[in-house]
Design a protein around this ligand. Structure first.
Ligand code: KG4
Length: 340
């Protein structure tokens, strides 16, 4: 039987990534993160597109070299079609077309969100390689999304809960910005929270129906709280940073966990995964482990490299679509918005 070798390309936001996957085993996963955005307090779409344009060829080249494969053995090119920043997606999409045309191989279009979910199926040499069974629930939490997904099969998923406004990662990043921290603030809050008291301050928690989320109220509550405190003491933020971070993080985690627990109870599913940039949060991981022990969940937390945007998960999804004969047309265009 012929090997299935997938070249994955990811360029939906501010990470340029390429990966090579052989029969579901990861051979390489190169990620070039963009530093240009730090000074602006968020991703600047125009700058992101330009950086992708600069990075994409060297990143793909490195991924293929590191994989140690022969270029002509690549079976197909899988690329992120959306959702994401359109200018960024255009770079990966155009590159994939050029590569597929030159190499004479098919293209596979990938939904970035499905990629995050399927990151749990990546296999690596010498690793444990556990994989979740179907159906399972995936808590997908990133800078752009906060969703609870019912995963029925590799390519059959249903969103059963989602944010009606901001994503969890945005709540981290925007509150960090209010405290004067650089972008992205999520990882910094995580670090500082370890030294703070999570019960020092109380912030508003949303009352949203069903399995949906909302984070904009928390952001406003945090902003007004700081504004009031700063009137009394202009050094309030400096003097209370770890406590502020710990309290904010606890609140975000409580919001996320409440609906996840509800979803597990309602569906009767105890097979649980977490994905996306915010799944790297140590407090969230601890809360998930505690809940898993208490409720006998079979829990899957991704390796750090697979929490952030990466092409390995795009290649993994490409592998399943290849097996299903789902190929893209040469006139495929990216979409800024795309549902699972
Ligand atoms: O999935 P991802 O890499 O891409 C986007 O959706 O853009 O997620 C990035 C998000 C950012 O909001 C970042 O602050 C957040 O994930 N993040 C974290 C942590 N690491 C990344 N948030 C909290 N704690 C972390 N350790």
């Amino acid at each position: 039987k012929k090997d299935i070798i997938i070249l994955g390309i990811e360029s939906s936001c501010d990470d340029t990534s390429a990966a090579v996957l052989k029969n579901g085993y990861l051979l390489s996963n190169i990620i070039a993160s963009q530093k240009v955005h730090e000074a602006y307090g968020g991703v600047v779409p125009e700058l992101a597109s330009r950086a992708h344009q600069q990075n994409i060829v060297p990143v793909v080249d490195q991924a293929i070299k590191q994989a140690g494969i022969d270029r002509k053995d690549i079976s197909a090119v899988a690329f992120t079609r959306g959702p994401g920043l359109l200018g960024s997606l255009l770079v990966g999409t155009s590159f994939a077309k050029g590569y597929a045309l030159a190499a004479g191989v098919p293209m596979i279009e990938i939904n970035h969100l499905q990629g995050h979910v399927l990151a749990h199926f990546l296999k690596e040499d010498g690793a444990e390689n556990r994989e979740p069974k179907f159906p399972h629930l995936c808590l997908l939490v990133s800078g752009g999304n906060s969703q609870i997904i019912l995963v029925k099969d590799h390519l059959e998923m249903e969103v059963i809960g989602q944010t009606i406004d901001d994503a969890a990662g945005e709540a981290f990043d925007k509150c960090a910005k209010v405290m004067g921290m650089p972008y992205p603030g999520g990882p910094l809050i995580d670090r500082l929270a370890k030294e703070g008291n999570p019960d020092a301050f109380q912030f508003a928690k949303p009352q949203i129906k069903d399995l949906d989320y909302s984070f904009s109220g928390l952001k406003t509550s945090f902003l007004y709280f700081l504004r009031d405190q700063l009137k009394e003491n202009e050094n309030f933020i400096e003097e209370n940073k770890p406590d502020l971070c710990a309290s904010l993080q606890r609140t975000i985690i409580e919001i996320l966990m409440k609906k996840l627990v509800k979803a597990c109870k309602e569906t009767g599913i105890r097979e649980v995964t977490v994905a996306g940039g915010v799944s790297a949060n140590s407090g969230l991981q601890n809360a998930l482990r505690e809940e898993a022990a208490k409720r006998k969940w079979n829990l899957f937390i991704p390796k750090f490299a697979f929490t952030m945007d990466n092409a390995a998960m795009i290649a993994m999804t490409g592998h399943y679509k290849y097996l299903n004969n789902e190929f893209a047309e040469m006139d495929a265009v990216p979409f800024a918005r795309m549902n699972i």
